[in-house]
Design a protein around this ligand. Sequence first.
Ligand SMILES: C[S@@+](CC[C@H](N)C(=O)[O-])C[C@H]1O[C@@H](n2cnc3c(N)ncnc32)[C@H](O)[C@@H]1O
Length: 182
Amino acid sequence: MVLAHKSALGGVLFELKSWARFVLPSMYFAVFYPSSLSTVERMLNLTECGPKDTLYDLGAGDGRVLIAAAKRGAKAIGYELDAELVATAHQAIAQHPEAARLCQMVQGDASTADVSSATIIALYLSDQGNTRLMRALHPTLRPGTKVVSNFFPITGWDRHLMKTCFADPSTGPLHLYQVPKQ
Ligand SMILES: C[S@@+](CC[C@H](N)C(=O)[O-])C[C@H]1O[C@@H](n2cnc3c(N)ncnc32)[C@H](O)[C@@H]1O
C-alpha cells in the first residue's frame, strides 16, 4: 500500500478496510492498488492522450493518472469513493501547479459519473467492477471514446477491443477499447 500513513499500523488497517469493502457487498469495485507510474504513462500513450482530451479516471485512487494526463494538457476528472484517498489526491495535485488547474477530483461512486464529455476513460478496477461499471455507463459514452483498462478486460466489450498490450511483464496487460465512431 502506497498511502503515506503516519504509522505502519495505519497502513495495514487501511489495506484491511480496502479489502473488506471490496469482498463484502458494497459500491466498491476494487481495492486501492495504484498503477505504477510507468504503467500510467503507457496507458496515456496507448490512448494518445493530449490537450484535446477529457480523461476520466473511474476509481482514481491517489490521483496519479489525473496528474499525468493533465501534464499532457488534458482535462482530467477523477471519481473516488474513499475520502482519505480523495484528500491524498488533492494534496498530490497541489504539488503539481502546472497540472492542478486541469484536474478535478470528485468524491463519489464512479457508476454515477456523467461521462458524456469523456474522450478517454481510464480503469484499474476488477473483472466484475469493469463489467458493472461499463454496463451502467456505456449508454452515456459518446462515439469514439477510448477506454483503457489496466490488467482487467471488460466482459462483453470484445467487439470494441482495439488492442491488448503488455505494459510490463510484472504488472500484466493493458486493454484498449473504443466506442464505435458511427
Ligand atoms: C486499483 S485502484 C486504482 C487507482 C488509480 N486509478 C490507479 O490506476 O492508480 C482502484 C480504486 O478504485 C476505487 N473505487 C472502487 N470502487 C469505486 C467506485 N464505485 N467509485 C469510485 N471509486 C471506486 C478504490 O477506492 C480504489 O482507490
